[in-house]
Design a protein around this ligand. Structure first.
Ligand code: DGL
Length: 305
């Protein structure tokens, strides 16, 4: 039976496992929805690769999720891809409801008491024109200490490769966090200190423990998972695409399909660790740059019917 528009899945993607932090919030906010999550781990990290590469991957993945999985909406759970490509995706797919991510510096301004806010993210995000515009619009209201964290997302990606984290990989995450946090100045609630830290990369949510140990208990950490989940709900409601809350909640792997362009085990370990999902919900796929794979797959599917 062909699913109705409302029953079709929501596509969610990131360069790797970082977007699982957004998927976790989406799952809590929208329990009746189905999700297809694409981790582009075979092409990660995005943060230090440049806009043209990230934009090409974003287009290929969007086409793949539409053609192969018939998604009804797309959440770009990656700040770097949003900065590099969301405008073009919006232009090229005007009928696809689209939610992007950007560092939550606006909410941080409302939360900060000292008026000094730290922002960490990938180099791609923090040097983008989109971020410059956002920062410019708020610069009169607070002081921002902006720190690109080269290598951190990739270290987090690798630290999740085992169900029990590998000590050497976890210590690489700790070392990078220590270096970047130290470079930003003093954290705390006293005047002149950074009292709010914005996580401008979805991977960093998974280094919360390491970051918390460095900045102390009183500093606020701000991420985007929950606001993005609420925004997705609003968008689905406005477009009449929200799943019927009267429908039964689908079974685990029907509700959550996780796909990676890299190796399967790390995604399975991360899905189990952070979303309590069984390994069988995860699979691999190839998403070629020109999206041809999606077309071939679609043609094969049509032939098989
Ligand atoms: N998780 C991604 C973000 O939010 C990018 C990490 C990377 O691949 O560098 O920006």
């Amino acid at each position: 039976m062909t699913p109705t528009s409302q029953q079709r899945p929501i596509g969610v993607f990131d360069s790797g496992i970082g977007g699982l932090s957004v998927l976790r919030a989406l799952q809590a906010e929208l329990p009746h929805e189905r999700f297809v999550y694409l981790a582009d781990s075979g092409h990660a990290p995005y943060g230090e690769r440049g806009d043209a590469y990230v934009a090409a991957r974003t287009h290929a993945i969007t086409r793949y999720l539409q053609a192969v999985h018939g998604i009804k909406a797309l959440v770009v759970a990656c700040n770097t891809a949003t900065a590099a490509a969301i405008h073009e995706v919006r232009t090229q797919c005007p009928d696809l409801p689209l939610v992007g991510l950007e560092p939550a510096i606006k909410p941080a301004v409302a939360l900060s008491q000292t008026g000094r806010i730290g922002v960490i993210g990938t180099r791609g995000t923090l040097t983008s024109g989109k971020f410059a515009l956002l920062l410019g619009s708020l610069q009169s209201q607070a002081e921002f200490v902006v720190q690109p964290c080269d290598g951190l997302a990739y270290a987090i990606e690798r630290s999740t490769e085992h169900a029990v984290p590998d000590a050497a990989e976890s210590s690489e995450v700790r070392e990078l966090c220590t270096r970047y946090i130290a470079a930003m100045g003093t954290f705390g609630t006293a005047a002149g200190h950074i009292d709010t830290l914005v996580l401008g990369c979805t991977h960093y949510v998974f280094a919360e423990e390491e970051l918390r140990a460095l900045i102390g208990p009183a500093v606020r950490l701000v991420d985007t998972g929950e606001p993005v989940a609420r925004q997705t709900r609003r968008l689905l409601q406005a477009t009449g695409l929200l799943a019927d809350p009267g429908d039964e909640i689908p079974a685990a792997c029907d509700r959550m399909q996780l796909i990676t362009t890299g190796s399967l085990l790390p995604l399975q370990a991360a899905a189990q660790r952070w979303l309590q999902l069984p390994a069988r919900c995860c699979s691999t796929a190839t998403v070629p740059a020109d999206g041809a794979g999606a077309m071939v797959h679609e043609a094969n599917r049509a032939l098989a019917q």
